[in-house]
Design a protein around this ligand. Structure first.
Ligand code: NAP
Ligand code: ZN
Ligand code: ZN
Length: 348
């Protein structure tokens, strides 16, 4: 077994505390990563607080993991000791269903194994990246370019791919008018990607103080959603809107901004379901869709795109003893724009 230590929640809404545990013996297809940085995703908070139901404890959150490989199994061809590697939201899937075969492992029909708050094929609880190391099958690990700032690369493993994938799927590019709702961890990456793909990007925010940052991050326009007249100016004009909001809000407002055949894609997962009026959709054949992270091949494509275009996350570094404070600030929409845990604060 591989000894690991990290921070865990032992029950819903409990504070995270130091936790010692064992990871599986590395098999021939496994690599062991010495974790250097791990991003804090709002999904960590939803799950620690059991806002989606069914949370499994003890829970070591964390699915924006980057670090250095310390050992590789005998079948490992993708990596060598000393390489940088990353792990995102999933660590295994059935690998045989149509979705897995299509490289869309995140939509596996049989068993997707999430990085934490999940059970592996043997029925053991998985533990995430708020910890010193991780054992992972090479097929679910990503190569990280040494060109990019490593800490700022960590959030690409979830916030990055979760926004890159739908923007690619709905062919966002030059000539598209795109809205991004919410300027948090996901939102600021969605904004950067939509801008990099050549779209005209409108950032929607409830935080007037983030307007200047939104422009700096690539927005062509910023709309403060608390001013209804400003929102209404954009009626019937968007090809695509990416909704990254983590709390309850009115979807009808954004659906009404879509032009004919436009799509409002939800990636944010508020605790409560939303009410959508049919009249928000039917007059212009509008669609509401959802999207979950991205497949492994697409995640690598996104990381390579970021290395080529020098795109990383805007981060605030934090330490394990400050976790509760960081969670509070994320919930208050006060992070600029992703917290990243420095694992040195755990090892030291
Ligand atoms: P985050 O950093 O907290 O960002 C969410 C943003 O939503 C906030 O910064 C805020 O932006 C806006 N917001 C918050 N409360 C709001 C409210 N009551 N009304 C309107 N806007 C509000 O969170 P994140 O890490 O980006 O995650 C966002 C959501 O995506 C979470 O629900 C998370 O679980 C989910 N998620 C989904 C996937 C997936 O695969 N689909 C993957 C990762 C995360 P402004 O200040 O600009 O208004
Ligand atoms: Zn996440
Ligand atoms: Zn599958």
């Amino acid at each position: 077994m591989v000894h690991s230590h990290g921070y865990a929640a032992h029950e819903a809404k409990a504070a995270l505390v130091p936790f010692q545990f064992e990871r599986r013996d590395p098999g021939p297809d496994d690599i062991v990563i010495d974790i250097q940085y791990c991003g804090i995703c709002h999904s960590d908070i939803h799950q620690v607080r059991d806002e989606w139901g069914g949370s499994l404890f003890p829970m070591v959150p964390g699915h924006e993991i980057v670090g250095k490989i310390t050992s590789v199994g005998s079948n490992v061809t993708k990596f060598k000791v000393g390489d940088l590697a990353g792990v995102g939201c999933m660590v295994d899937s059935c690998r045989t269903c149509a979705n897995c075969q299509a490289g869309q492992e995140q939509y596996c029909d049989n068993q997707i194994v999430f990085t934490y708050n999940s059970k592996d094929q043997q029925g053991n609880l998985t533990y995430g990246g708020y910890s010193t190391n991780i054992v992972v099958d090479q097929a679910f690990a990503l190569s990280i370019s040494p060109k990019l700032d490593l800490a700022a690369t960590a959030p690409l493993l979830c916030a990055g791919i979760t926004t890159y994938s739908p923007l690619r799927h709905w062919d966002v590019g030059a000539g598209s008018k795109v809205g991004v709702v919410g300027l948090g961890g996901l939102g600021h990456m969605g904004l950067k990607f939509a801008h990099a793909f050549g779209a005209h990007v409108v950032q929607f925010t409830t935080s007037p103080g983030k307007a200047d940052d939104a422009m700096r991050l690539g927005a062509d326009e910023v709309v403060v959603t608390k001013i209804p007249e400003e929102v209404a100016k954009h009626a019937n004009s968007f090809d695509f809107i990416l909704d990254t909001v983590s709390a309850q809000h009115d979807l009808n407002l954004f659906a009404g901004l879509l032009k004919r055949d436009g799509t409002l894609c939800l990636v944010g997962v508020p605790e409560q379901p939303a009410a959508v009026h049919a009249f928000s959709l039917i007059p212009k054949r509008r669609a509401i869709a959802g999207s979950m992270i991205g497949g492994i091949a697409e995640t690598q494509e996104m990381l390579d795109f970021c290395a080529e275009h020098n795109i990383v996350s805007d981060i605030e570094m934090t330490t394990f003893d400050q976790l509760e404070k960081a969670y509070e600030r994320v919930v208050k929409s006060d992070v600029k724009y992703r917290f990243v845990l420095d694992t040195q604060s755990l090892k030291g």
